[in-house]
Design a protein around this ligand. Structure first.
Ligand SMILES: C[S@@+](CC[C@H](N)C(=O)[O-])C[C@H]1O[C@@H](n2cnc3c(N)ncnc32)[C@H](O)[C@@H]1O
Length: 232
């Protein structure tokens, strides 16, 4: 994984912004979707890809999911494991150190009902994104759901880092290097994301989210895409 992630986690100011403690509000879209489709049942298995400090994994385990949080930052996994020991959730919750760039993830095949990714996918390089798609399919059951929440190419904060050098490399998506955190990201449009995950995954829900958010003392119009796919 990009070493910059380790530096961001170690830096208190960046950690506070990139790894907040409260759960992502967007999670309610996924829970509402499950409820409306009669899928909100306890004991379902869920993997959180790029779980960071576990801010989404903990509340999901409290709701009754059996959750595995996966991330490539050793300190983030240690912090999440420590918190888990003090919260008596350990039977329902585990955290695993895993670099998603590795061609085979150290995770058993065909074991999850759901996968969620909250702002991880965009910071994987293209090769890793293709590998991620294959590994994601491998670890899900047929018919499982995958919830993706990601910045898009319309995002005002990230757009300022588009340059002629990085944007047009002849492939889908726009590559940027964020000057604030030095993380390289590939930002896609909604259509590019849907094309990327089809036909392996079938789109079953989508929603564009726009909100104003503060990044390094300035407000930006943030643009996100929610996509829920079914593993066919
Ligand atoms: C913006 S943070 C989001 C964290 C979490 N999903 C949340 O909502 O707070 C992106 C996460 O992706 C993880 N990540 C990025 N590249 C990764 C890789 N190659 N392998 C594993 N994790 C990775 C980072 O360590 C980080 O925790």
């Amino acid at each position: 994984m990009q070493s910059q992630w380790l530096e961001q986690y170690a830096d208190p100011k960046h950690r506070k912004m990139l790894f907040p403690n409260g759960p992502a509000a967007v999670g309610t879209i996924f829970l509402d979707f499950l409820a409306q489709n009669g899928e909100l049942q306890t004991g379902k298995t869920l993997v959180d890809l790029g779980c960071g400090n576990g801010r989404n994994a903990f509340p999901l385990a409290k709701l009754g999911f059996n959750v595995m949080g996966v991330d490539g930052i050793p300190q983030a996994i240690n912090d999440a494991n420590e918190k888990n020991q003090s919260e008596t959730l350990s039977e329902k919750l585990s955290f695993v150190l895993q670099d998603l760039a590795e061609s085979t993830w150290n995770i058993e095949s065909d074991q999850f009902d759901y996968a969620i990714d909250i702002n991880t996918f965009s910071s994987l390089d293209r090769r890793t994104q293709r590998n991620y798609r294959n590994e994601l399919k491998r670890i899900l059951h047929t018919g499982s759901l995958y919830f993706l929440y990601t910045y898009t190419v319309k995002d005002e904060y990230y757009r300022q880092f588009v340059t002629n050098d990085t944007a047009d490399d002849g492939q889908p998506g726009t590559k940027i290097v964020c000057a604030d955190d030095q993380v390289t990201r590939i930002l896609y449009s909604r259509d590019e994301l849907v094309t990327f995950f089809s036909p392996t995954f079938e789109l079953v829900y989508e929603e564009e989210k726009i909100r104003y958010g503060k990044m390094f003392d300035e407000y930006y119009k943030r643009n996100f895409q929610v996509l829920i796919f079914k593993n066919n």
